[in-house]
Every structure is written in structure tokens, then in C-alpha cells.
Design a binder for this molecule. Structure first.
Ligand code: NAD
Ligand code: UFG
Length: 332
């Protein structure tokens, strides 16, 4: 039986597919390529060392999903497919609710029809909203400040209700903190279209000379150097967390929310310094006003992941920066 990876051609999905293949799991990859490049598939095959079935299907397309489940023997689903840009979600909320919420409903209905009741879901630390109660624990209060965050919270609720209604379901709601970095080979990484919204892709493009300078959004936060503090984790550590979560769904029932983060925060200026050290390239920056919706500090309490999944992040910030640079400096 195989693991269906929705959104498997994306940033986190592609790294997870490689780890799954290397661990001997069979996979089926599904993606509509709305935010991924087709050449990623060959790179996953190359790094994973094995072939796998690929479906260019949209999770909103019920018949397409039915076809996948009719043709393949799917044991469990790792569900990455979704839209993820906070600012865009404010501009086009209906697209976000449709893709992320309605798409997940579709997927769960097809899974249930085929007796497939194990899922690992990509949730986000964004569900902790503007809380200042750091480090965030899984039982910290939830709130959301934008449609993207609301879709993650709604899907968490839907999956919890589903598990409550049918004791055969087993779901891990993985709340990622800030995934960065790239595969060691430099063949997989994060390469967003247009001007990046997130810190690391922006810094990497400044270092590559494609953007002039970084704007540091706010230097008057209540943090050691005044700039925002986040819990950055290496995308390969995050990918490995999915394998552990998959194993957990094989031996437990019900829904479980689990943070995946390192438990340690770095400020924007610390990240700039670490990147300069890892790349040997200067990253010019200017201070700019706070970005609306940002909070001062966000980092995980990772105790539950260690306890339930036996997972903890292994890679340090310097390695995350070096791998980001190795990937970005190879892009045309
Ligand atoms: P990504 O955009 O690189 O990957 C998502 C993939 O899903 C893309 O390949 C895209 O083409 C595909 N996709 C989107 N809508 C689809 C649909 N309707 N049908 C089929 N495929 C579809 O994003 P990522 O960074 O790899 O994130 C993966 C998941 O993790 C997302 O659900 C995201 O919300 C969540 N997440 C990401 C972060 C982060 O910082 N990257 C943080 C927390 C949570
Ligand atoms: N930042 C800058 N300049 C930039 C970009 C970011 O100073 O050009 C700062 C931000 O103000 C923040 C930090 O860098 O202090 C990190 O910002 P990111 O945009 O990289 O990440 P966020 O923590 O804002 O959000 C990310 C994802 C969300 C997700 C959240 C938690 O974009 O979708 O992590 O997982 F919900």
C-alpha cells in the first residue's frame, strides 16, 4: 500500500516525498502544479532513488480524486495541498476557503468512501494568532487574524469532528513553525514566484543580487534587538517529522495537534547575520515600519512532538542558511 502525498511537488511536500522514498515507503504524488514546477518530480525521483505514480489532479476535482483512489491502494494521506500566502488570502478569501477547506472536505469524503482513514495534515503556528503567551503549547488558546489562518483552524476543527464521529480515523494536525532551508543536494528548495513574502527567500534573493535590500519590518518590538523573533526549522527536519507522524497514525486513533518547531527563536537581525556568515555575502538591509498582522515573538514548545513522535529538530540555523544559499545560488 502507498502513501498519497497531496501537494507533493511543493516546497515541504517535495522534501517529504524524498524522505518517504528513502525510508522505503511507496508513494503516490498528487499536485495541480498551481505553485510548483514539473521538473521537481524528476528531482524527487532522482533523490528518492525510485519511481512512483504521479497525478496532476486538483483536490477540488472529485472525479479526479476518485480515480486516484480507485487505481491505487492508499493506506494514508499526507495532505500538503493548499494555498498559503497570508496577504493573498486577505485579497481573495473565497479562493482560500474553497481550496483549503472545500478541497480538504472533498479529499476526506473520498478517503472515507475508500476506507482510508489516516491523515497527516499541514496546519500552522498561525492558529495561535496574536497570543503573546510564548512558547506556544498545543493547548494554548487559538485565534486567527487572516483568512489563511482561519482555513487552517477550520480544517483542524473539521478533522477533529470527523475523528469524534468515527473512531477508526487517525489524524495528526501538524502545526509547523517557520520552515526554511533546502535539500543538501541543492536540487530542491523554496523558489516562490514574484517578490517573496517570507524572510529567508527574500534574504537569499538580496544575497544573489536579484533584490536591492531587505526591509526589516519593525525594530521596536519587545524583543532583545527590537526585531521579530521566530522559530525557524530546517525543511528536512520538518519532512522527517511527517514520517514520524505517519507512524503515529498507524498505531493511534483520534486527532492529535502537534507543534513542529525547534523551541528556540531567532530575531530578523540574527538571521541576517547567520545568513551572511553561511554565504559569505553581505545582505544590505534598512529598517521599515512593522508589517500589519505580525507579532513580536513566536516559538514552539516542542515537548509534545518529542514525547508522542520521538521527533526533535536536529539542524541548526547556520545549516539552514547554508542550504538555502546553496539552492538559491544555483537558480538562474
Ligand atoms: P507550496 O505552495 O510549496 O506547496 C503546496 C502544493 O500544493 C503546491 O505544489 C501546489 O501546487 C499544490 N496545490 C495547491 N492547491 C492545490 C489543489 N487544489 N489541488 C492539488 N494541489 C494543490 O507550500 P508549502 O510551503 O510546501 O506548504 C505546504 C503546506 O504546509 C500548505 O498547506 C501550507 O499552508 C502549510 N504550511 C506551510 C508553511 C510554510 O511556511 N511554508 C507554514 C505552515 C504551514
Ligand atoms: N520579515 C522582515 N522582512 C521581510 C520578510 C519578513 O523583516 O521581507 C520579518 C517578519 O516581520 C517576521 C519574520 O521576518 O518578523 C518572519 O517573517 P515570515 O514572513 O518569514 O514568516 P511569518 O512568521 O510571518 O509567517 C510564516 C508563514 C505563515 C505561517 C507562520 C507560522 O508565512 O504562513 O510562518 O508558521 F503561518
Amino acid at each position: 500500500m502507498a502513501i498519497l502525498v497531496t501537494g507533493g511537488a511543493g516546497y515541504i511536500g517535495s522534501h517529504t516525498c524524498v524522505e518517504l522514498l528513502q525510508a522505503g515507503e511507496d508513494i503516490v504524488l498528487l499536485d495541480n502544479f498551481s505553485n510548483a514546477k514539473p521538473e521537481v518530480i524528476d528531482r524527487i525521483r532522482e533523490l528518492g532513488g525510485r519511481d512512483f505514480p504521479l497525478y496532476a489532479v486538483d483536490i477540488l476535482h472529485r472525479e479526479g480524486l476518485e480515480k486516484v483512489f480507485a487505481r491505487e491502494e492508499i493506506e494514508a494521506v499526507i495532505h500538503f495541498a493548499g494555498l498559503k500566502a497570508v496577504g493573498e488570502s486577505v485579497a481573495i478569501p473565497l479562493d482560500y476557503y474553497q481550496n483549503n477547506v472545500a478541497g480538504t472536505l472533498n479529499l476526506c469524503q473520498v478517503m472515507a468512501r475508500h476506507g482510508c482513514k489516516k491523515m497527516v495534515f499541514s496546519s500552522s503556528a498561525t492558529v495561535y494568532g496574536t497570543s503573546t503567551d510564548v512558547p506556544f503549547r498545543e493547548d494554548s488558546p487559538l485565534s486567527t487574524t487572516n483568512p489563511y489562518g482561519s482555513t487552517k483552524r477550520m480544517v483542524e476543527d473539521i478533522l477533529r469532528d470527523l475523528c469524534a464521529s468515527d473512531g477508526e480515523w487517525s489524524v495528526c494536525l501538524l502545526r509547523y513553525f517557520n520552515p526554511i532551508g533546502a535539500h543538501k543536494s541543492g536540487l530542491l528548495g523554496e523558489d516562490p514566484n514574484g517578490i517573496p513574502n517570507n524572510l529567508l527567500p527574500y534574504i537569499a534573493r538580496v544575497a544573489a543580487g536579484k533584490l536591492k535590500q531587505l526591509s526589516v519590518y519593525g525594530d521596536d518590538y519587545d524583543t532583545p534587538d527590537g526585531t521579530g523573533v521566530r522559530d525557524y526549522l530546517h525543511v528536512v527536519d520538518l519532512a522527517i517529522g511527517h514520517l514520524k507522524a505517519l507512524d503515529f497514525t498507524r498505531s493511534h486513533k483520534g486527532a492529535e495537534a502537534i507543534n513542529l518547531g525547534t523551541g528556540r527563536g531567532y530575531s530578523v537581525l540574527e538571521v541576517v547575520k547567520a545568513f551572511e556568515k553561511a554565504s559569505g555575502v553581505k545582505v544590505p538591509y534598512q529598517m521599515a515600519p512593522r508589517r500589519p498582522g505580525d507579532i513580536a515573538t513566536c516559538y514552539a514548545d516542542p515537548t509534545k512532538a518529542k514525547k508522542l513522535l520521538n521527533w526533535q529538530a536536529a539542524r541548526e540555523l547556520e545549516e539552514m542558511c547554508a542550504d538555502t544559499w546553496n539552492f538559491t545560488s544555483r537558480q538562474g
